[in-house]
Design a protein around this ligand. Sequence first.
Ligand SMILES: Nc1ncnc2c1ncn2[C@@H]1O[C@H](COP(=O)(O)OP(=O)(O)OP(=O)(O)O)[C@@H](O)[C@H]1O
Ligand SMILES: [Mg+2]
Length: 264
Amino acid sequence: MRTRLKAVAGNRPAPRREEILKLERISKGFHTAGGYLSVLEDVGFQAESGELVSILGRSGCGKSTLLKIVAGFVSPSSGKVLLNGIPVKGPGPDRCVIFQEDALFPWLTVGENIAFGLKGRKQSRKAKAGEVSRFLNLVGLSEFRDYLPSEISGGMKQRVALARVLILEPEVLLMDEPFASLDAQSREEMQHLLLTLWQELGHTILFVTHDVSEAVILADRTLLMSKNPGRIREDIPVNLPRPRERESAAFAGLSRRLHAALRD
Ligand SMILES: Nc1ncnc2c1ncn2[C@@H]1O[C@H](COP(=O)(O)OP(=O)(O)OP(=O)(O)O)[C@@H](O)[C@H]1O
Ligand SMILES: [Mg+2]
């Protein structure tokens, strides 16, 4: 495993970090039956290595489109995405995406689903099995290795989805409302798990949500998007110490501010 130890976990002073991802003047429109629809206009931002950036905006503002452009699934109409200074031309193993309902292979066990992406790797079977064990353990599913997806809960499926991409060691993790379909308690557990994994593994994460408290509990920074066309309206640092207390006055204050901004 590449060592990318998280340097900004907890409240230690953050050392200088490198810029890993840069979006330059991204615009995207679609030709639809109703005419040309401008979805994103002049979107630009940077993320540093190991940063957890949330993208917050109302339904239809272009969050998923933006994430798909970073993933390389969709080409921008203009502008570019740079990863470590190199323009993104399409999907690549350096970026992995997790969606709201991540489809696992129903005929494969939990362990086999997690191992799937290692197929092409030149590693012994034993080494691969060891990696799978490590990631099963990281997401708390060691005892469920031989279960099928139909035999586990929605929250557990999202844990498998997380392990399945983390084992590939992407530099950037792109998450599109990954916990939106979970009940409140499972959702909080997943947020906690994501923070633990992030602090251990140190990925750079773009986390799309329209849930204010999710953005405040997770992010180093929140990019607030406006709609029609989608733009980054504000770049708001979340300077709350970790672990964050949902009941604290500072948490409530920032949440109120973001709620108000979303309503505007
Ligand atoms: N392939 C496409 N063709 C035409 N229009 C599209 C296409 N993809 C997205 N759109 C339009 O772009 C706009 C933004 O869609 P997008 O899915 O990016 O929004 P979103 O912010 O992710 O919304 P939600 O919070 O509901 O997931 C919508 O109006 C949508 O209809
Ligand atoms: Mg979306």
